[in-house]
Design a protein around this ligand. Sequence first.
Ligand SMILES: [Zn+2]
Length: 312
Amino acid sequence: VTRLTSISVDLDSLEHYCLIQGLSVDLLDARARDLVGAVAVPRIMALCEQLACPVTLFVVTSDLVQGASLPEALRAASRAGAELASHSHSHDYTLSRWAVEAVKADLEKAHRLLTDLTGQAPLGFRAPGYTLSAALLEAVVAQGYRYDSSAFPATPYYLAKASVMAALQLIGRPSKAILDTPQVLLAPTRPYHPALDAPYRKGQAPVIELPVSVTPRARVPVIGTLVTTAPWPLAQRAVQALADEPFVNFELHAIDFLDQADGIPPQLAAQQRDVRVPWAEKCRRLSWTFEELKRGREVLTLAQAASKVQVT
Ligand SMILES: [Zn+2]
């Protein structure tokens, strides 16, 4: 059986980072609002083409009106073979608490805008903030999507951004974290059909859940932010810990392809420390990571992987 890798990028605009950090979106000038479409998407596509890695881009469709360059950048990416998938219309972090009809309307709007953009209907969804609910899963199923890729079965201890570096130092001795958080260890880390009323458990839903990759035992999240910001030998160890996984779902954000010099306001950079790593350094680390994740594996978009992965 061929091992598979998928690489995906959530294209959250800087506005969403301001909201997370409690900063006013008025900090963002026209250039900052346009960075994802004008700078990040072209860098993503250049790197993926250079390394012959197909990529899936998760689009927040309300951002299509924000960044002047985004619609055309996405059409170009789609023509070049990128998969465009839905990251919701609103990117509201409370989406998982909305009533089912409101969630369905949001996903329907995202679906329509993406289909209008490229002429191709999206096949998959990722929830804002990685949080699923029964209502959200019902809306994903109602769209007829092939896959959902929202589950992030990382040990919660590791999820707080500030603790990622400390967490990495625990890779070698994960037992303490495991004892602290028995419930998260029940969430599957490999592709599965979720239960309609409990998306983090296995069941009968007619959609495949493709969880974001975490290391097998300690469940350290192996994502773009870790690769670009953690001490390099530890980041390398985390990526290499995925070597025996049948399917790797490596998740990044557009901001992993940007740095402060691109025009990110200093107030945001002060809180979002990953943007202080220069793009040249991020690019070097990401290139190494993509090559590592390609080794002995077939690299596919998430939609392609959903048709091919072994589902447990
Ligand atoms: Zn997002």
